[in-house]
Design a protein around this ligand. Structure first.
Ligand code: ZN
Ligand code: ZN
Length: 395
């Protein structure tokens, strides 16, 4: 029996696991119960694991020696109040699995069960490492997400390739989407203060109006994207918040600004940050000053071309060519990017549209078609098996 049939036989169990996780969502770096649920199932399967990786993550493995393929599932939920009236709706006020990470954990546990049977039967050689990663949605006080911490703590050491899957509530169910190269954006943010000199609104020449300075800066920022960046290179800067002043006849002392920067290559990422700084230097030309703090977030998620083609072939064999598509490039971001920097990586989407409603990710009515759970488990297991077989060391 192939993985799809064997995963279908586990359908009820997979749905029960997903619903249990969905009812008990946990925020970033607080996935204590989720980790317990994972280790309980790993115990049943006789799979060895380490807990407390990246604070609340779990790393498990099957087999030994080379090659080593890693499969990743993120575990965290979001601070959103669920409005669905499903019997499995969140039981925690204000917290919800609104990105489908409950499904990712479920599918990876399903893949572990499938692969455990094959290792026990002696059908597979090499190592499958299972990365149950906390905190994809949010960084901690030190500015680090779960994926970044996992890499820093060595969870990717010795790994030959790493694979991640995301269910997508807005894409057709049971269809796979993958692309070579840059897939999801790098995300950085900035906090800035434009410094002038306060004074009377009727005597602007005696003061230095920071609102006027900020206006020059904002104009320059929007010019950067069209005039300083190559037009064929995607990237953007959005000034999302600006605060200054209290009264119409008072020139304030300063203007606070904050925004987001998105890019798809290391070069464009550096260029946008450098040019942003230049924009703020305009304040100095007029005798003002500025403070600018860049917070580097997730790097661009880049799929290794060979790994992306491997996923495309594998999914096409399992589900049919008509169910396998090229994914669009996204201005959203993923902290799988840290793992794909540590080893050749492939990130792919599994469409999971539930019904005719427009159920967006991070929305209070998010939900998925649970029929994709066996498919997700089979895809992850099949990717691992085919990778190990294709990269078996010659004897
Ligand atoms: Zn999300
Ligand atoms: Zn997500």
């Amino acid at each position: 029996m192939d993985y799809l049939d064997r995963a279908q036989a586990m359908r009820a169990q997979l749905i029960a696991t997903r619903r249990d996780l969905h009812q008990h969502p946990e925020l970033f770096f607080q996935e204590i119960r989720t980790a317990k649920k994972i280790t309980a199932q790993l115990d049943e399967l006789g799979i060895e694991y380490t807990t407390g990786v990246a604070k609340t993550g779990v790393v498990a493995h099957l087999g030994e020696g080379a090659p080593v393929i890693a499969l990743r599932a993120d575990m965290d939920a979001l601070p959103i109040q669920e409005i669905n009236d499903a019997p499995y709706k969140s039981q925690t006020d204000g917290v919800m699995h609104a990105c489908g990470h409950d499904a990712h954990v479920t599918c990876l546990l399903g893949a572990a069960a499938l692969l455990a049977q094959d290792f026990a039967a002696g059908h597979l050689r090499g190592t499958v490492r299972f990365l149950f990663q906390p905190a994809e949605e949010c960084e901690d006080a030190e500015g680090k997400s779960g994926g970044q911490r996992m890499v820093e703590e060595g969870a990717l050491e010795g790994v030959d390739a790493v694979i991640g899957m995301h269910v997508i509530s807005t894409l057709p169910a049971q269809h796979v989407f993958v692309r070579e190269g840059a897939f999801m954006a790098a995300v950085d943010s900035f906090d800035a203060v434009v410094l002038g000199r306060g004074g009377h609104g009727a005597y602007p020449h005696e003061a230095l109006d920071p609102i006027w300075l900020a206006a020059q800066v904002i104009n320059a920022i929007h010019g950067v994207v069209s005039r300083r960046k190559a037009p064929v290179e995607p990237g953007l800067i959005t000034v999302g918040a600006i605060h200054a002043g209290k009264a119409g006849n008072v020139i304030p002392v300063e203007v606070a600004m904050t925004g987001t920067i998105r890019s798809f290559s290391a070069e464009t990422r550096q260029l946008l940050v450098r040019e942003l700084e230049n924009c703020f230097r305009l304040t100095q030309a007029f005798g003002g000053d500025y403070k600018l703090k860049i917070q580097y977030g997730y790097p661009v998620t880049v799929n290794d071309p060979a790994m992306a083609r491997f996923i495309q072939r594998m999914a096409s064999d399992l589900l049919g060519a008509e169910s396998t598509h090229e994914a669009r490039i996204e201005t959203g971001a993923e902290d799988f990017s840290f793992m794909a920097q540590a080893a050749p990586g492939a990130f792919f989407y599994l469409g999971a549209k539930k019904d005719a409603l427009d159920r967006q990710h991070h929305a209070p009515d998010f939900d998925i078609d649970e029929n994709v759970l066996p498919t997700g488990a089979a895809l992850m297991a099949n990717a691992a098996r085919e990778y190990l077989q294709a990269h078996a060391p010659s004897e």
